[in-house]
Design a protein around this ligand. Structure first.
Ligand SMILES: Cc1cc2nc3c(=O)[nH]c(=O)nc-3n(C[C@H](O)[C@H](O)[C@H](O)COP(=O)(O)OP(=O)(O)OC[C@H]3O[C@@H](n4cnc5c(N)ncnc54)[C@H](O)[C@@H]3O)c2cc1C
Length: 302
């Protein structure tokens, strides 16, 4: 089970409603340039659990956590019933979906996923390890590993840039890497020589996350406002989860999908059309409310 960075990169598979009109006078910008389908040389592999474990235990485990809140039965009885087929999968999934939608997040902290992540840049890893709650990381050390040939990530915008400019970028990277080799060769410890490494340097990590944290991180990082590389990583991660459970994978979506609207300041012009911006939703509501008042009726609040 390995997702490589050549998977389709569409923002999400959810249906896309027609956005409300952008405020007059604002110029539409484009969705931030992303590398499309090109191979970035990064990988995300679900190391644990495998499909059998997910199918046999993960949904029953979450169901047991949810059901314990509302049942006289002991958790072990609920778990036995869930795993031996006495509770239908559809029934378990319905309860779990409802509980997730209601935001009762502790119930989905009982299951974890471990990913091997390789070939990502230090730019990405710096963003990734900012997530604190419900997630653990171990990262390849630049102190303990003395690199013979550290490789780097080439952003698509630079790959496609004026060849002279791209050449200068590549020279700069090569010079940094060359100097690293010289410093190490001269007896400078790797932990000091690494100071010349650029942000583009690739790295490897192991990440273990519970489902709640994974949904939260995916909400932020699958958003089209996220940086292209980390967005691609979460597309690969989502692909991996879909391989073992389309049901659990369906909860990994840009945050606007469960919210129903976009809350990103940078998308007030609605250049990203996945969901309407909240300013437009509120403006549409205010207009509807005003029209209803003028007609002598109140809008029903559902
Ligand atoms: C598009 C984008 C742009 C960004 N730009 C920048 C930037 O320019 N500069 C920068 O520094 N960072 C930036 N970040 C990082 C961002 O500020 C967060 O640090 C990062 O996304 C981690 O998310 P989180 O805070 O939800 O943390 P997580 O650790 O994933 O926490 C999950 C949730 O748990 C709760 N939680 C966790 N810890 C605490 C706590 N100590 N107290 C109370 N509640 C807690 C919060 O509800 C939190 O949302 C950016 C992130 C994104 C997605």
């Amino acid at each position: 089970m390995t997702a490589e960075a050549t998977q389709p990169t569409s923002a999400d598979t959810a249906s896309t409603p027609t956005p409300a009109a952008a405020p007059a006078g604002r110029e539409k910008t484009a969705i931030p340039k992303n590398p499309g389908r090109r191979d970035l040389g990064m990988k995300a592999t679900l190391l644990f659990p495998n499909k059998d474990i997910v199918e046999q235990y993960y949904v029953p485990l979450i169901y047991t956590a949810c059901r314990t809140c509302y049942s006289e039965l002991a958790p072990d009885d609920i778990f036995d019933r869930a795993t031996d087929g006495r509770v239908e999968i559809a029934k378990m999934q319905k309860l779990i979906s409802g509980v997730i939608e209601s935001g009762h997040g502790s119930t989905i902290e009982h299951v974890v996923f471990t990913f091997g992540i390789s070939g990502v840049s230090r730019t990405l890893s710096h963003q990734l390890v900012r997530h604190r709650a419900g997630v653990a990381f171990d990262q390849q050390s630049q102190r303990y590993v003395t690199f013979k040939g550290a490789s780097t990530m080439l952003p698509a915008s630079i790959e496609d840039a004026d060849p002279l400019l791209r050449g200068r970028y590549e020279e700069q990277i090569e010079r940094s890497m060359g100097l690293y080799g010289e410093l190490v060769g001269a007896g400078i410890p790797g932990e000091d020589a690494r100071f010349v490494f650029p942000n583009a340097t690739r790295t490897n990590l192991v990440m273990t996350t519970n489902l709640r944290a994974l949904i939260h991180m995916s909400g932020l990082r699958l958003c089209t406002m996220a940086q292209w590389e980390i967005r691609r990583l979460f597309q690969l991660i989502r692909h991996e989860i879909f391989q073992v459970s389309p049901f659990l994978g369906s909860f990994l979506a840009p945050k606007c999908v469960p919210l129903g609207y976009c809350d990103e300041m940078g998308n007030r012009d609605q250049h990203c059309p996945i969901r309407p911006h909240k300013d437009n939703v509120l403006a549409a509501w205010a207009e509807k409310s005003k029209a209803a008042k003028a007609a002598g009726r109140e809008l029903p609040v559902r």
